[in-house]
Design a protein around this ligand. Structure first.
Ligand code: GUN
Ligand code: FE
Length: 426
């Protein structure tokens, strides 16, 4: 049986990079969770369907967070005066060691999922720890929330504390077990192959993970070119590869259109070419890159080269799960990049960043992040009345205000695949 209904309100989304589509008091028709069309009035053949009228509120696509670390949630805000490697050693690895304990893990994950829901993120890509059982727990808890996610067990077999160092073979077998058990278990929550980054994974491990990703058609996520020290370490570990990205490529991990590389702050031209050829997604994490003194990713440049880009919180390198806050941070670093380039590399506009926060990252999940026909209806309803002194702003300006000065309190409804998602409280 078909489930058809409409939602009415001030609709705003981006079909193309940097160009808002705005329909004041429009109606989105949804059939079995998929968008059928947007209309100014209700078409005759839909005259009997239920229409939920959100009046003067904004209706926008749900936010997509392409990269975050679930076990680092308790560490948010800690140690951000350090650079990447000292921060990993002093704060991150000690916290990640705790996740063999399922009771502790459950407590953290429940709070995390509630927070992800509250900030209006409807889809995300998550790193867990090396622990198989806590990864399964996170997959199961996430499924209960109704939100969409790719969740990966992290792989590490070198250059990390003994407590987190896996036997290569155990790392592969545990990954295979999760892939087999979860690849078809849930509709919206799926496993993803997650080598932490080159320094902590032997070539043998990387190659085996590449085989699993290709044999079972599972996507891949990792980190690339975040920090100078990290890149030097990769050079010393892999003198046989011409650059960092090539190590992943030689392991067949840059799976076509199905791979996310976080950061890419320091990628060179030949790496950008490779990412473009493999249709890799870059997860742009400006809050993390500022906190850990990593630098400013060349986002305008990679987009001009037609590389896929989405935005990401990267907690706890990043200090916020809010994608609107990540948009503001992206704009600020882009402004500095523009100044540093003698005003040659153009700044990113709010409309361009809104696209990256919705359809840009959403593409990784399929038809997600836009209100075009055939897209999953993932949406947020925004009551911005407390942000307006007088209601004399355009809808684009109201969206800008929500992004910069709004909060979770302004989000009054969340939809994923056409279903209303209430606060998980799992
Ligand atoms: N590179 C390898 N591991 C990590 C991590 O946990 N966070 C960040 N920001 N970069 C990494
Ligand atoms: Fe990260």
């Amino acid at each position: 049986m078909k489930n058809v209904y409409g939602v009415k309100g001030n609709i705003i989304y981006t079909k193309e990079f940097g160009k808002y589509e705005v329909i004041s008091k429009g109606i989105i028709i949804i059939e079995n969770g998929i968008i059928k069309g947007i209309y100014n009035g209700l078409p005759f053949h839909y005259k009997d369907i239920k229409v939920i009228d959100y009046k003067d509120k904004l209706i926008i696509p749900g936010f997509v967070d392409l990269h975050l670390h679930a076990p680092q949630f308790p560490n948010m805000g800690l140690g951000l005066d350090k650079e990447l490697i000292p921060w990993l050693n002093k704060y991150t690895f000690p916290e990640e060691e705790k996740y063999y304990d399922l009771q502790y893990a459950e407590k953290v994950y429940k709070k995390l999922i509630n927070k992800i829901w509250s900030v209006g993120t409807t889809r995300c890509c998550i790193f867990n720890t090396i622990h198989k059982d806590s990864t399964k727990l996170l997959l199961d808890l996430f499924n209960k929330s109704g939100l969409g996610a790719y969740i990966g067990k992290v792989n590490m077999d070198r250059e990390c504390p003994d407590e987190l160092k896996e036997e290569t073979n155990t790392s592969i077998l545990d990954t295979l077990e999760i892939v087999n058990e979860y690849k078809d278990k849930y509709k919206l929550v799926k496993p993803i192959i997650t080598p932490r980054f080159v320094p902590t994974c032997s070539f043998d491990l990387l190659k085996s993970l590449g085989e699993i990703a290709n044999k079972y058609d599972i996507p891949v996520q990792s980190h690339l070119c975040e920090n100078y020290g990290e890149i030097e370490l990769v050079k010393s570990l892999h003198p046989e590869c011409k650059n960092y990205a090539e190590v992943y490529n030689k392991s067949n991990l840059l799976k076509d259109n199905k791979c996310i590389m976080a950061h890419c702050v320091l990628v060179n031209e030949s790496e950008i070419d490779l990412l473009k050829k493999k249709r890799t997604f870059i997860a742009h994490c400006p809050t993390s890159n500022l906190n850990l003194s990593s630098g400013i990713a060349p986002i305008r440049r990679v987009i001009e080269r037609k590389v896929n880009v989405g935005l990401a919180s990267d907690i706890s390198g990043g200090h916020t799960l809010s994608i609107p806050e990540v948009i503001a941070s992206s704009a600020q670093v882009s402004n500095l990049k523009w100044l540093n380039s003698n005003k040659v590399e153009e700044k990113l506009t709010t409309a361009e960043l809104f696209y990256l926060a919705t359809k840009g990252g959403g593409k990784f999940f399929g038809k997600v992040g836009s209100f075009e026909e055939g897209y999953d209806f993932d949406a947020l309803v925004i009551d911005d009345s407390d942000l307006l002194i007088e209601n004399n702003l355009s809808l684009e300006e109201r969206l800008q205000k929500f992004i910069y000065i709004g909060s979770s309190n302004n989000i009054v409804e969340r939809y994923v695949c056409g279903n209303i998602i209430k606060e998980p409280n799992i």
